[in-house]
Design a protein around this ligand. Sequence first.
Ligand code: LLP
Length: 415
Amino acid sequence: MAYFPRVQGRLHVESLPLADIAHEFGTPTYVYSRAALTDAFQAYQHALGDHPGLVCFAVKANSNLGVLGLLADLGAGFDIVSEGELERVLLAGGKPEKIVFSGVGKTPAAMRKALEVGVHCFNVESEAELELLSEVALQCGTTAPVSLRVNPDVDAKTHPYISTGLKENKFGIDIARAPEVYARAAALAGLRVVGVDCHIGSQLTELDPFLDALDRLLALINQLKHRGISLEHIDIGGGLGVTYQQETPPPIAELINAVKARLSDSGLALVMEPGRSICANAGVLLTEVLFLKPTEHKNFAIIDAAMNDNIRPALYQAWQGAEVVDQHAGETKTWDLVGPVCETGDFLAKDRPLALAAGDLIAVMSTGAYGFTMSSNYNSRPRAAEVMVDGDRAHLVRARETLADLTRGESLLPN
Ligand code: LLP
């Protein structure tokens, strides 16, 4: 992680020692690098070049306003899946006409709001949604721009929980049925058919599944043309993987260039929805070792971050790096880094060779995507602070939750 260099034994974010952040803002804290976010986003933009299209950051990966605002300033579009994400993007200064609205369960209220502000496209996932969206649009006196999310039935070769493009998944419309559904969409008065989209999974480390899916979508687009339905854009979703340990996903430019080569004479704009590949390696979770608890069988380091802060290891058996922030002399032993939550699944790393002492700071690496956004208040733990670093300056972009925050909106029963 180039934006988190080690200088004379001290781990930094850009040019600021991570320990300084812990002293100023406490732990656990998510720390993001502005330069890392900027460079990853710009890699997509540069690869897109002058091909018409949109790079729509998948807000679910990291929805902090500071992150969204930075990306909006760089010209990003956004992929949203709820009214809440729409609200965040608008607050962050994102442009409605650069928003694509995905998700299998859009509510009428969310549809209305998105129509009011004028999003670029609704990525529709079912026939029932198509009918409802048309109705809502007519009630609003407008037409909704739609793309159908088709399920191309390709194996993304990733973890089953984050694989979405197989027939047995709940997502999208079976590609075999898509022509029929497009015909229905074209006939509905409240809709304007503009595109096609797919998203086959997350943390893909190979190019082939993307290109297989793309070829299937292009064949569909051809079929539709013969039926008199022509599309303006193709949306290939997100899904490009990152290096957590030793994975070697294709570089962003390689993916986009391969996609553009297949689109060259199609006249189709290219929409993308990357999340993880923009922010995963732009963030770390900073935590402190509370106690060391060596036992006969295992050495446990109990840290002040837990599965409620980062659920990825528990949920997906995810591996993320763990580094001692300020290295010191001492015997290296093998440690499990476990949190204070009352579950055996509460660990952030297992079997790591580290020289540790109580009070040490640890950085859990590659946690900028699906880290804070999947965090919860389980065990009544206030959620972590979030800090964005720019050079040697740190900005608090989300204050740590307080104990009062934990019970906001709750009440005792009347006597
Ligand atoms: N577009 C759609 C429609 C999606 O469902 C997703 C992610 C993305 C784009 C962005 O995908 P990305 O580029 O980040 O792979 N919580 C899991 C990942 C779930 C991904 C869900 N959908 C994890 O922590 O690994």
